[in-house]
Ligand binder design. Structure first.
Ligand SMILES: *Cc1c(COP(=O)(O)O)cnc(C)c1O
Length: 326
């Protein structure tokens, strides 16, 4: 059999991750969506990662990375510069395992987020005026004190952790022939598609990004990671760059993804509202993007479609503004 081109991450890593993280993550439901199936003319299932204890799939990758550290490394502690779903996941896993966690953030991060991270037991370091300053400080800490920076996507163990979603999908729906995955740094897509393609290379992998700042999409077009200007989007969890030293995800996404599609803010809003109206769940923009895209497709050639509902980190204000408009 031809080898999968996966920059050194192998299918076995995902099985190891499944064993390592089983005590801390939820095995999430794969919900059959009748209203979406009716519209798409196919069986459509929703993989509900919004039901993880932290509200997003990032728990899987963070848990796999942190639990794979040596005792020595665990004692020195972990750090992250993310204030979003990844930062929450790192704080949660570290807290549950009595490992010190430091979150480096800029002065501009809202108090609400700071409070949430502190409640999870993290030590919050406020440095500089923007996210880049915070990131730089985080890596300085690593050099000085031997703390381990837990990267949000470009790490073998993180990718393998996200890949455990793929194993659960295959177990619940072995007939799956298309997986629709929100795409930013590509850890989620790389992990799931490795599990899918190792099982059957014919399973279609579709990556969904927002029109505003689709960094992986543009990077693939240019043949290397590019930097884009960030703008406001409902899919705020999909913002951010790939990093100039990207080791795994750019190459894996390039070789494993079948198509990359872009969605407008209105399409993302439709996805969020569909989930609220028909399944009574509030999800964030990144998670609604795939539903919105599928709703807009006139025809499709797949019979068993899975959409990854990646997270629920959305505030009341955002939902309210959408219910007024849509
Ligand atoms: C991080 C995140 C994504 C994208 O994951 P990548 O591994 O960066 O591609 C999608 N949805 C949510 C809710 C996220 O937090």
């Amino acid at each position: 059999m031809e080898n999968l081109q996966t920059a050194g991450v192998v299918f076995r890593d995902i099985w190891k991750a499944k064993k390592r993280i089983s005590g801390i993550i939820e095995k999430t439901p794969l919900l059959y969506s009748q209203p979406l199936s009716d519209r798409a003319g196919a069986n459509v299932y929703l993989k509900l990662e919004n039901m993880q204890p932290t509200g997003a799939f990032k728990l899987r990758g963070a848990a796999n990375k942190i639990l794979s550290l040596t005792e020595e490394e665990k004692k020195k502690g972990v750090a992250t510069f993310s204030t979003g779903n990844h930062g929450i996941a790192v704080a949660h896993v570290a807290g549950a395992n009595h490992i010190p966690a430091t979150v480096c953030i800029s002065r501009r991060v809202p108090q609400e987020k700071v409070k949430k991270l502190k409640r999870l037991g993290a030590h919050v370091e406020i440095v500089g005026d923007n996210q880049d300053d915070a990131e730089q400080y985080c890596y300085e800490l690593e050099k000085q004190s031997g703390i381990t920076v837990i990267k949000p996507f470009d790490d073998l163990e993180v990718i393998a952790g996200q890949g455990t979603i793929g194993l659960e999908i295959l177990e619940a729906c072995p007939e799956v022939d298309q997986v629709i995955i929100p795409l930013s740094g590509g850890g989620l897509l790389a992990g799931i598609s490795l599990a899918m393609k190792a099982t059957d290379p014919g399973i279609d992998i579709t990556g969904v990004s927002m029109e505003k700042g689709a960094v992986m999409h543009e990077s693939l077009k240019h043949g290397k990671p590019v930097v884009l200007k960030e703008s406001d989007t409902l899919a705020d969890s999909l913002l951010g760059g790939l990093g100039p030293d990207n080791r795994y995800t750019f190459s894996m996404v390039k070789h494993l993804m079948d198509q990359s599609v872009l969605v407008s803010e209105a399409v993302i809003a439709k996805g969020i509202m569909f989930m609220l109206e028909y399944h009574k769940m509030a999800i964030e923009g990144a998670a609604g993007a795939g539903i919105g895209w599928l709703l807009g497709e006139e025809s499709n050639r797949y019979e068993n479609i899975v959409i990854i509902i990646s997270g629920n980190n959305v505030d009341h204000e955002t939902i309210r503004s959408l219910t007024d408009k849509y």
